[in-house]
Design a protein around this ligand. Structure first.
Ligand code: N01
Length: 546
């Protein structure tokens, strides 16, 4: 009865359902944002999600070998001690299915499902200035309204299938890794072509090669990769992680990337060549992203970076037996770490298999896809399956595919025509009460994502709580604050080697026509957190509240 009345209350006019806050996406962000607004502030909040289940990235990315390269004990929420104690990770790096199970566990643990609408895509969000209300419409024609709109759409959720002529003629099957069939793909007896050698392609190739008749990897740009050295977690480690969760969390939130390890306080030049080799050797044996943290100047000093790059190149040449293939895999056009560094399980070793071929499509580009396979300028490859491991229209893509319009009908697309402009990655001038969790201009993809997500959600929740306590209903970033933040974001990137990778998706370079702007904030998560806190403490400096 009470529920019926609440439902009736929510229906305002026509078919519009009214809430205090709407949240788009049921991944790490959406689940925690719902819990925070509903259970901490007592708001009537609703999550809208296109998938038929919760999980976000981990709902969609079911490609073979999909696994996170943040260590499992750090790739989770830290807001609840009970949750930390109740969940147990099984491996050093969590696989897709285990992360999806975790997020389902969280949804049940906090009774979130009743406030999540699944299976319908948000297509538009328009701001009613007079009423301070966001109007949201879905593909199925459902209409919702709320004063606050929070996007938790992820940074890597808009699949990028390259526009290669002839794809529609292909008689075999093709898949993008980010929209993988739930029933899986049987590669046995098949000739498979994989385009793309980013983090995804590097994870997928060894697994596909193990069951396919033949795998042809089409490489445009060679990539660095560090062995993951994944392994089951020992009981001793699980106990350690549980008992030391406060200390581990402290490390995560006080370093630049949100991982559970600190960057060593030493310069490459401060050690002898012999010591340096020993340090790299040890880091290579330990595996994972910790490799990047063995010296503090790897991401800011090209000469220092060259030593790490040379070490990895020599490892590739050591592993890969065929010298021509080894040369193709180790001819790298960017400094180590300036494109997102993958971690792998037997990626380079895969090219020693008899059923795997590497094709260099930089020197012999793909011309078209035919009925029977892929044709390059100089050759033809007959294939039964094509796997596109070609990445995403990253960071801005998931936001821009929703038709978002703020004050005076200003569309987000127009506001960002020359590249994204936000204040702290959290808000866009002209779009009051819209919060973009892990939006462009925030550290997001340069960090261990759940740590960045928790920080954004906490900041937004505190902000809304304070506004309500002060009788305020509207918050909007000023144009000046957003302009200054873009300058600061550019400056932060320029202080690193990151812009040297000119084909990186951090810059939008992987999507033809996309403005080339370094999108994430590279000034370090710990500095960014301090900045966000200072802004809030100064009465939300750079925002107008009313
Ligand atoms: O995508 P990518 P991804 N013709 O953009 C190639 C996260 N992630 O899905 O470098 C031919 O990195 C492209 O070539 P090039 C992680 O943040 C995390 O692999 O542009 N090739 C490149 O080789 C990661 O960075 C995890 O020359 C084309 C590849 O496709 C992000 O997701 C696992 C092409 C795309 O690489 C994205 O990774 C997986 C074309 N037209 C992903 N277009 C973990 O946590 C693109 N390519 C472990």
């Amino acid at each position: 009865m009470a529920e019926d009345m609440a439902a009736a209350d929510r229906a305002v006019s026509g078919n519009v359902e009214r809430f205090d806050a709407l949240i788009i996406g049921a991944g790490f962000t959406g689940l925690y944002q719902l819990h925070s607004l509903r259970d901490r502030l007592g708001l009537n909040a609703q999550v809208l999600e296109v998938a038929d289940g919760v999980g976000g990235t981990w709902y969609w990315n079911r490609y073979p070998g999909a696994r996170c390269d943040s260590e499992s004990h750090s790739y989770c929420y830290y807001f609840s001690k009970e949750l930390l104690n109740e969940w147990e990770w099984s491996e050093r790096y969590p696989g897709q299915e285990e992360i999806r199970s975790y997020l389902n566990f969280v949804a049940d643990r906090f009774d979130l499902r009743k406030d999540i609408r699944l299976g319908d895509r948000v297509v538009s969000a328009r701001f009613d200035d007079a009423a301070t209300l966001w109007h949201v419409t879905t593909e199925a024609g459902k209409r919702y309204a709320a004063p606050f709109l929070i996007t938790g759409v992820g940074c890597l959720s808009s699949a990028n299938v390259p526009d290669i002529p002839g794809l529609e003629d292909f008689k075999g099957d093709w898949y993008h890794t980010g929209e993988w069939p739930h029933e899986g793909v049987d590669f046995s007896g098949k000739r498979v072509g994989q385009i793309g050698t980013g983090s995804t392609g590097i994870q997928a190739a060894p697994v596909i090669a193990a069951s396919a008749d033949h795998l042809t990897v089409f490489q445009r740009t060679a990539n660095y990769s560090i062995p993951a050295r994944n392994h089951p977690l020992s009981d001793a480690f699980k106990q350690y992680a549980r008992e030391h969760s406060d200390e581990i969390h402290k490390v995560m939130i006080s370093n630049p990337n949100g991982h559970p390890f600190s960057i060593e306080d030493r310069l490459v030049a401060s050690v002898s060549e012999e010591e340096r080799q020993a340090i790299y050797e040890e880091a290579w044996e330990k595996g994972g992203l910790r490799f990047r943290a063995v010296f503090k100047d790897l991401m800011v000093d090209k000469a220092a970076n060259d030593t790490a790059s040379d070490f990895i190149k020599s490892k590739i040449r050591e592993i890969v037996k065929d010298p021509k293939t080894a040369a193709l895999l180790s001819t790298l056009d960017h400094p180590f770490g300036t494109k997102r560094p993958p971690v792998d399980t037997e990626y380079f070793e895969t090219f020693n298999r008899d059923n795997v071929t590497l094709i260099d499509i930089k020197s012999d580009p793909i011309k078209r896809i035919t009925e029977t396979g892929i044709e390059t300028e100089n050759a033809r490859y007959d294939l039964d399956i094509i796997v596109f491991a070609t990445g995403f229209d990253a960071i801005t893509g998931p936001l821009l595919r929703i038709d978002i319009a703020g004050k005076d009908e200003l569309s987000l697309k127009d506001a960002w025509a020359a590249g994204p402009k936000t204040y702290l990655g959290l808000q866009v001038a002209g779009f009051p009460n819209l919060f973009t969790v892990t939006g462009p201009g925030s550290p997001s993809v340069l960090t261990n994502m759940p740590v960045s997500i928790e920080q954004h959600v906490d900041w937004i929740t505190d902000c809304i709580a304070k506004m309500r306590a002060n009788g305020q209903t509207r918050i909007e970033a000023t144009e000046k604050a957003a302009e200054d933040w873009v300058i600061e974001t550019n400056r932060a990137a320029e202080a690193t080697l990151l812009p040297l990778a000119n084909s990186s998706w951090y810059l939008g370079a992987n999507v033809p026509g996309k403005p080339r702007v370094f999108m994430p904030y590279a000034g370090g998560l710990q500095n960014y957190r301090a900045r966000c806190d200072a802004v809030a403490d100064a009465g939300y400096e750079g925002f107008v509240l009313s």
